[in-house]
Design a protein around this ligand. Sequence first.
Ligand code: AHR
Length: 503
Amino acid sequence: MAKLYVNAAVKKGKMNKEIQGHFSEHLGRCIYEGLYVGEDSPIPNTNGMRNDVVAALREMKLPVLRWPGGCFADEYHWKDGIGPKESRKKMINTHWGGVVEDNSFGTHEFMELCRQIGCETYINGNVGSGTVQEMSEWVEYMTFEGVSPMADLRKANGHEAPWRVNYFGVGNENWGCGGNMRPEYYANEYRRYQTYVRNYKSNEWIYKIACGPSGDDYDWMKTLLETLSDRNGRGADRFVNGISLHYYTVPDGEEGWDKKGSATDFDKAAYYKTLRKTNYMETLLKNHIAILDSYDPENRIGLIVDEWGTWYDVEPGTNPGFLYQQNTMRDAMVAAINLNLFNKYCRRVKMANIAQLVNVLQSVILTEGEKMILTPTYHVFNLFKHHQEGELLESSIETEEIGIEEGHPIRNLTESVSMDAEGGIHITVANLSADQSCPVEVEIAHKQIGAVQAEILTNEIHAKNTFDQPDTVHTECFDELTVENGSIRFTMPACSVMHLAVE
Ligand code: AHR
C-alpha cells in the first residue's frame, strides 16, 4: 500500500494556469490543416479556424498559446503575414519540410484563434534574422491604442482595437537555430531588443521572456543572468520577467538524431528508458532554479519551460521535416510526470508549453482531413486542468523502484496536489508501471474529507487512438474507491493517471 500524504494547511505557491500552456509553430501540419483551414474550406470552421479543434481546446481549458515558433520565429517577418491574403508573400519554409508558406495565417489570424479558444497570447519575436525596429513595430502594431504608423496600419487592415499580448519571447534557441550566438552576445542583444518591447497603456504590461538554455547548459543560464545583472550580480529582473528552458524526451537520442525511436513500436525497456529520461526534467529544474535563486533571491524571474515533450522518429511515409508522430499511453505517462513536476516547482515555473499543439511532436490532437482524434496526452491535460490557478499543497508519496530488469529504474508513482479557490482538493497521481497495479491510501491532514470523485485514464502502454478507432484511449469515471477513517483507498491499475477531486 503506497501512502500519499497531503497537508492541507501548508500552501507552497500558486500553480499558474500557464503551466499547462501549448506551442504552435509554422511546422508541418500544425497551423495549416491542424488549426487553420481557411474560410473556404469544406471542413467546418469559424473565420478559418477548425470548429472541432477549437471546441476540444476550449474543453481542455488551454490557457496560453505560443506562436509562431520555434526555429520559424527567427525567420519570420511579421509584415509578410498582414494585409489582403492574395497579396501576402509566398515563400519556402526552409526550416521545416521545404513547403510553400503562403502567410495566410498571420498576426490577425493568431489573435482570432486565441480569441476563439479563450486563451492568453505568447508571441515569439525574431532576433536571429530580424531587427530591433521590426520587433518594436510588431509590438506597436499589436498593442498601441492611439495614433501611430503601426496602429494606423492595423486599423487599415481591419482591426480597430489593439490586442492583448501577454507574453513576448525575445528570440528562440538563439544558441542554435536562432543565430548560433554565444550566451554573452545574446544577452547583450537581449538587453537592446527588449528595450523597445514597449508597454503601451492599453496592454498594461508584457511579460518579457529571454531565450534560456537547452537542457543542462548551465553556463548559458549563468552567463545570461550575469550579463543582465548589475555589477553586484542583482537586478536582472529590470530587463527580464522569464527565462526559457527547452528539454525534449528523446528515447534514443544519444545513438544519433536520426534514430530517436519509434512512437508506437517499442519494448518495455524503451518504455522505461523514455520515462527515466523524462524524469531528468527534475534535475534540470532543480539546477536551473538554484542558479536563478543565486541571482534572483526574491524569485522575480520565472522559469518558462516553453518546449517540452517526446520527440520520436516521424511516422513512416510522412515528410521528415513535418515531425508528425503518433501518441500512446507512454506519452500520457510522460505528460503526467512533467505536469506533476511543473506543479511541484511552481514557485519558479511560471509557464510551460508542450511541443506542439496539433500534428507535430507530442500533440494533444491529430487531424486527417476532416477527421480529428484526441491523443492520450490530451486526456492527461484534461485531467490536470483542475489544478489551474490552484495553490500547491505540501504532499509526498511512498514509491518503489520499477524498470530495474529493463535497465532503466524509475520510481513507480508521481503526484501533485492543489487546493482550489473553494477549498476543494485536487490530486493527480500516475502509476508508471507497465504491468503492476498499485494500492494507494491518501491521508489528508487538516481537512475533513467530504465527497470524493475520481476520473481515470488507463490502458496498455502501446494503446493509442487512430482515425479508425478514435476512442480506444479515453477517461472514465472511477468509483472503485473507499473513504474510511479519514483516508481514501483505491488501486491504481498499471499505466494509469487519475484525478481525484476531494470536497
Ligand atoms: O519544436 C520543434 C523545434 O524544436 C522548435 O522549432 C525549436 O525551437 C526546437 O529545436
